[in-house]
Write a protein that binds this ligand. Structure first.
Ligand code: GLA
Length: 375
């Protein structure tokens, strides 16, 4: 079974956009291993749009651009596999990909076979240039089955940006993850708006098929294909922690060959990854569900009766936050209270009588391991 946990990997789009080639992909696979990301759990190396020629070959197949991939795709796939990693590629449900390369419309079964022959383990499937008379969800049915018939086990990553109510049918068509929003770009507002748009829509994200609020921007530092000003290190931590609290796929978007040690430490943070990869894959409860104050409290059940509380301050100034135990499900009369441990500093804390009081800097987050204990 694929996607027992939210898939972890790297995708070329955020940094490289159209400037993708064999060297970048193979060096990225090397970096995944050498920089410890594979051992931390990252598995898929995915090439996004712009990998093929503009026209199909005479046999009707999509052809890898020989300038970008001089040895062909099988060669790259074999290399990625030799590193103990999995290989992903990209196509589109319409007649062309979003960047204008051949899409898989009406060629789904042939293309799925081609991908299987390359040795592909993951297919991201976009939604541009769908002909007017066609209902695009139907095209995801086609590719879902075509991949199953391809002779290879291939993870199906739907990318229709959350439209056509994809939350309700992605699982039915064999999807393993479904993009639920428009494209992320490298700044605070972008990840904030994406997260807020999905926090109340995570109920259908579960083992086997996960909500995908787009790839990570951590470590991009204002450079690359989706550059838009960049984030501070604290904001990148907030973004990563939010994705982990949502329990969604973590597809790294920065250039892992050159990213700094702080970025690597964040991407490999064992406490955060354990939250993301928890086997029960439960979405968090959004306490006090209002964004009016721009402070978001998320309470997440983990396996083995463990819990985590995440407090995210989106305000432009420092704040004091109150998390009410009653909101988590512990009324005053229950005879229970909580013990808290800050996941970053290890510091322990006790709540006030009915609430947890936290001071929290602007654009940062705090996560607490929570134990429920008798008073
Ligand atoms: C769409 C997708 C992006 C990326 C580009 C490639 O915009 O949402 O994630 O794949 O296409 O052109």
């Amino acid at each position: 079974m694929l996607a027992k946990r939210p898939p972890l990997g790297w995708n070329s789009w955020n940094t490289f956009g159209p400037y993708i080639n064999e060297k970048v992909v193979m060096e990225t696979a090397d970096a995944m291993v050498e920089r410890g990301l594979r051992d931390a759990g990252y598995e898929y190396v995915v090439i996004d749009d712009c990998w093929s020629l503009r026209q199909r070959g005479e046999d009707g197949r999509i052809v890898a651009d020989p300038e970008k991939f001089p040895h062909g795709m099988k060669y790259v796939a074999d290399y990625v596999h030799s590193k103990g990693l999995k290989f992903g590629m990209y196509s589109c449900a319409g007649t062309m990909t979003c960047a204008g390369y051949p899409g898989s419309f009406d060629n789904e079964y042939l293309d799925a076979k081609t991908f299987a022959e390359f040795g592909v383990d993951f297919l991201k499937y976009d939604n541009c240039y769908v002909p007017d008379h066609v209902h695009s969800p139907h095209l995801y049915r086609r590719m879902g089955l075509a991949l199953k018939q391809s002779g290879r086990e291939i993870l199906f990553s739907l990318c229709n940006w959350g439209i056509n109510d994809v939350h309700s049918w992605a699982r039915s068509v064999g999807g393993h993850m479904y993009r639920s929003t428009g494209d992320i770009c490298d700044n605070f507002e972008s990840f904030k708006n994406i997260a807020i748009s999905q926090l109340d829509k995570l109920g259908t994200s579960a083992v086997g098929c996960f909500n995908d609020p787009d790839m990570l921007i951590c470590g991009m530092g204002g450079k690359g294909n989706v550059a838009a000003g960049g984030c501070t290190p604290e904001e990148y931590r907030m973004h990563f922690a939010l994705w982990c609290m949502m329990g969604v796929p973590l597809m790294i978007g920065c250039d892992i060959r050159n990213c700094d040690e702080a970025t690597l430490a964040l991407l490999k943070d064992p406490a955060l990854l354990a939250i993301d990869q928890d086997e029960e894959a439960r979405p968090p409860v959004w306490l006090q569900p209002t964004v009016k104050d721009d402070i978001i409290n998320l309470f997440k059940h983990l396996s083995d009766n463990r819990y985590v509380l995440g407090i995210f301050n989106f305000r432009d100034h420092d704040a004091t936050n109150y998390t009410y135990l009653e909101d988590m499900g512990i009324p005053q009369t229950a005879g229970y209270t909580v013990k808290l441990r800050d996941l970053e500093t290890g510091e322990e804390a006790a709540p006030l009588d009915r609430m947890i009081r936290t001071t929290i800097k602007s654009h940062t987050c705090k996560l607490f391991d929570i134990q429920i204990v008798e008073k």
